[in-house]
Design a binder for this molecule. Structure first.
Ligand SMILES: [Zn+2]
Length: 197
């Protein structure tokens, strides 16, 4: 007897993306990692906030501008406290602003380590539905992730998508990026539920 199984896969980033910038000490385009520490400067009521990145190879740093010359009365006081306390979640929020970082840096390396947390929701006949969710977006490709979960090659995954065995909701390109709340339905008896990664 077949069942419809609904799973959620939460994609949990294990590190923040590296950025590439020219290091004046290394004299080359090199990788910087997020130190998870903010630098807060205040001059009377005017505040500047940066998130500090460190060169992988030397002591060089780069200050990623978060707020520039903002009146302190215009910033939420709990947010100021988070900057002052180097709140990790706040630093990760800014470290995953990949579009913004791409404009400020030569490159952003989003090929980071992540973990999948699988949760089973319920069962119905003959289908498996997987729902993805995440807190930090780093542009992971759908076909890459599905190949990993299903234990198939990327080309097999795209063939199954073309013949309608794998359905995406919303119906976006299999080569696109994983979206929060994206649902994938696997039709038929092809997939053994207990074989999902
Ligand atoms: Zn350096």
């Amino acid at each position: 007897m077949s069942h419809h199984h609904l799973f959620t896969y939460e994609i949990i980033a294990k590190e923040t993306p590296y950025v590439k910038r020219n290091c004046s000490k290394c004299k080359t385009n090199t990788e910087y990692y997020c130190s998870e520490k903010f630098r807060v400067n205040s001059n009377q009521k005017i505040v500047d906030i940066w998130l500090i990145y460190s060169c992988l190879h030397c002591e060089g740093t780069w200050n990623y501008p978060i707020l520039s010359r903002v009146n302190i009365n215009h910033i939420d006081s709990t947010l100021i406290q988070k900057f002052m306390n180097n709140d990790k979640e706040t630093s990760w929020y800014y470290a995953f602003q990949i579009k913004k970082l791409r404009k400020l840096c030569n490159d952003v390396n989003t090929d980071i380590r992540y973990e999948l947390k699988k949760e089973k929701l319920h069962s119905l006949p003959n289908e498996v539905t997987i729902k993805f969710c995440y807190k930090y977006d780093f542009g992971l490709r759908i076909d890459k992730l599905l190949a990993e979960i299903l234990g198939l090659s990327r080309s097999k995954v795209s063939a199954l998508s073309e013949d309608g065995t794998i359905l995406l909701n919303p119906n976006i390109d299999m080569k696109g990026k994983v979206r929060d709340e994206l649902q994938i339905t696997l039709k038929g008896d092809l997939f053994r539920v207990d074989a999902l990664a």
